[in-house]
Design a protein around this ligand. Structure first.
Ligand code: CTP
Length: 222
């Protein structure tokens, strides 16, 4: 099982970056729980101070979207299940623009500074486009509650994945989760109120396992 977790840091210069508030806690809890259940787990983990407790989890650290892209290219083909819990940046400073990516530090000048951003590649979408038969792909959607389900269903199709875990915006950086899992046929499962990310990890692994067994793919066995 290949799990990604945590934020990305996109450098503006040698000392500054654009990031987000993801703690990585949910993906880390999933990695611990999957290892406890006998899965062989690799966790691609972004810049966060949290780490898994279970020493059987293989941890590989990334910093930028480009780092994570390279790691997925090398490892996605070999996994049975990909759980893409990382909060990947949608935009990053464009190389060479306004000093972005320079080896040094942009110094203060009067009159402000405009940063030019470029879109990042859709990493999960690229995995969805190159998937093998039998692989199970799980993505996440973090959206305002009002458009959560519609947007998750659209994401499922666009990225070519099996399941999308839809979380309301408030989940980021919070200790608890209240999620709905969407599949191609609609809602697959819904949590019964809020639960801790650690309890949610076990709940979600049961949902993934149930999905894989129903479909008869490799994801159902450990
Ligand atoms: N994701 C990814 N690559 C990106 C951005 C996101 O692989 N460049 C993954 C995330 O890890 C998550 C899923 O895609 O599993 C949903 O991410 P989100 O940012 O909510 O979706 P977007 O594709 O950016 O769509 P939008 O923001 O337009 O809703």
């Amino acid at each position: 099982m290949l799990i990604t977790a945590g934020p990305t840091h996109e450098p503006i210069d040698a000392v500054r970056y654009i990031a987000n508030r993801s703690s990585g806690r949910l993906g880390i809890a999933l990695a611990d729980e999957a290892a406890a259940r006998g899965w062989s787990v690799t966790l691609l983990l972004g810049p966060t101070s949290l780490t898994p407790k279970d020493s059987r989890v293989e941890v590989v650290r990334f910093r930028t979207t480009a780092d994570l892209e390279g790691m997925l290219q090398g490892r996605f083909g070999g996994c049975d299940v990909l759980v893409m819990a990382a909060a990947v940046a949608d935009y990053r400073p464009k190389a060479g623009a306004a000093g972005a990516g320079v080896a040094g530090k942009i110094s203060r000048k009067e009159g402000g500074l405009t940063l030019e951003l470029e879109s990042t590649p859709d990493l999960l979408g690229a995995c969805g486009a190159s998937r093998r038969a039998g692989q199970v792909l799980v993505g996440f959607a973090l959206e305002p509650a009002a458009r959560l389900l519609a947007s998750a269903a659209a994401k499922l199709k666009r990225k070519g994945v099996d399941l999308i875990v839809a979380n309301p915006l408030e989940t980021m950086d919070a200790p608890e989760v209240d999620a709905t899992v969407i599949g191609a046929g609609g809602v697959v499962a819904k949590t019964d109120g809020k639960m801790t990310k650690e309890r949610f990890a076990g709940w979600l692994l049961d949902v993934i396992d149930g999905f894989a067994r129903t479909r008869g793919s490799a994801g159902g066995g450990q």
